[in-house]
Structure formats: structure tokens, C-alpha cells
Design a protein around this ligand. Structure first.
Ligand SMILES: C[S@@+](CC[C@H](N)C(=O)[O-])C[C@H]1O[C@@H](n2cnc3c(N)ncnc32)[C@H](O)[C@@H]1O
Length: 213
């Protein structure tokens, strides 16, 4: 529930939820927007999109259009367009400590997810209006799926800035600025790491990124 709060969607906004299914965050975003403005809820998986459509209907969401694209290809259709973009990326789910820890977790899987996550984040940033906000989130604690992905964006896009943001009552830790032999951009400390022992939740990573004008 935290990424939509980081996004601060307003009723007049035009929002892209790039990896939206099954829609727990899309429905929350629609509520925060008072069912106004417009949301594009995209996902690459047809199977998961049927749950998304069901949940939108269940919650009475009427400001959202559903699309099915590989998010990495969307910038060929849309550029510099959205006030807000959420990239709630596919991940290894290595933050699932209280719920079920993934049985298919391997370093190889993390490496291939890292490449996909980089592609999705870069695509999401390209579709953001100047001055707009992108939120990147995962339910993984692995730095390769989190800080390393945001670090890649900062190295490629001169107008990307990580912004500090916090939510009252949520205990969190700053993002990492180094991991093993790697050093990340110092602004990575402005990301939020949520650990199970702090709030009795699964672990989560959230970065709020602004596109400078
Ligand atoms: C963490 S889940 C999203 C959960 C969702 N945001 C929610 O709160 O209910 C990640 C989603 O990314 C989708 N996905 C994976 N690869 C994608 C791609 N290339 N383009 C768009 N969506 C993708 C998956 O199908 C999956 O539904």
C-alpha cells in the first residue's frame, strides 16, 4: 500500500501503472484520485489482466483503461506524457519473510530480473512529463533488484533525481549506497527500505524519482 502514497496521485492527474495486475495498487490509486483524472493500467500477462479487470469492477473504478503491452515497448507509442508513473516491478519476491519465501530464488534469476527491471524503469521514465514523479517498487530486498536498478537510471538519464519521502508511522531504513564491490550514487540513500522486524510486514523497497524540467 505504500507505493501509491509515494506517488501522491491527484484527481486531475494522468497516471500510468505499468505493471498493474492484479490491481491492488491501481485500485488504491483510483481511490486517491477520487475516481477522477485517468489511469492506464498496463500488464504483460493476459491471465493476470483478468484479475485486474475483476478487481477494478469490484472496487467501482471508472477512471481506468486496461492495456496489455510489454511495458518496455510503450515509449514507442507514448513519450513525456504522464504526471505520475508507477513501476511496481516483477521481482524475485525475496522480501517475503512473513508470507511464503519464493522456492525459485537463485542469483541467476535475480540477474535476469535486474535486466528486465532496468528496461521497465527506463521506459517508465521516458513516459513521464518533465516535473512528473515515478515510483519504482519491489517486494525484494536484493540490492541488484533495487538500488542497482535505480542507479542504472541515474547513470543514463541526467534529469532523474531520487527524492526523499517518508510516511508517518512507518519505520524504514535508507537505501544502500554500496553493496559488495559496487558503489551507488549517493542519492540512493533517499530510497526507502522496509524490513520485516520494523513494522511486522514483508520487506519492501520504494524509490521516488522526479524528472527535472
Ligand atoms: C509485482 S507484480 C505487480 C503487482 C501489482 N502492481 C499490484 O499491486 O497488484 C509485477 C507484474 O509485472 C508484470 N510484468 C512482468 N513483465 C512485464 C513487462 N515486460 N511489462 C509489463 N508488465 C510486466 C507481471 O505480469 C506482474 O503482474
Amino acid at each position: 500500500m505504500i507505493p501509491p502514497l509515494f506517488l501522491e496521485p491527484k484527481p486531475e492527474d494522468y497516471v500510468l501503472d505499468m505493471c498493474a495486475a492484479p490491481g491492488s495498487k491501481t485500485t488504491q490509486i483510483a481511490q486517491l484520485m477520487k475516481n477522477k483524472g485517468a489511469i492506464i493500467a498496463n500488464d504483460v500477462s493476459l491471465k493476470r489482466i483478468s484479475s485486474l479487470g475483476f478487481n477494478l469492477q469490484l472496487c467501482g473504478v471508472i477512471n481506468t483503461a486496461v492495456t496489455m503491452f510489454d511495458g518496455r515497448k510503450l515509449p514507442s507509442i507514448i513519450k513525456d506524457h504522464f504526471d505520475k508513473v508507477l513501476v511496481d516491478a516483477p521481482c524475485s519476491s525475496s522480501g517475503h519473510f512473513l508470507s511464503k519465501f519464493p522456492s525459485n530464488f537463485t542469483e541467476e534469476r535475480v540477474k535476469s530480473l535486474h535486466v528486465l527491471q532496468r528496461g521497465l524503469l527506463i521506459a517508465g521514465f521516458k513516459m513521464l512529463k518533465p516535473g512528473g514523479i515515478l515510483v519504482y517498487s519491489t517486494c525484494s530486498i536484493h540490492p541488484f533488484e533495487n538500488e542497482a536498478v535505480v542507479n542504472y537510471l541515474l547513470s543514463k538519464e541526467g534529469k532523474a533525481r531520487v527524492e526523499y519521502f517518508e510516511i508517518k508511522g512507518i519505520r524504514f531504513h535508507p537505501g544502500l549506497t554500496e553493496y559488495k564491490e559496487k558503489t551507488f550514487h549517493p542519492d540512493l540513500k533517499y530510497c526507502m527500505r522496509i524490513y520485516p522486524h520494523d513494522n511486522y510486514t514483508d520487506a519492501f523497497f520504494i524509490a521516488r524519482i522526479r524528472k527535472e524540467r
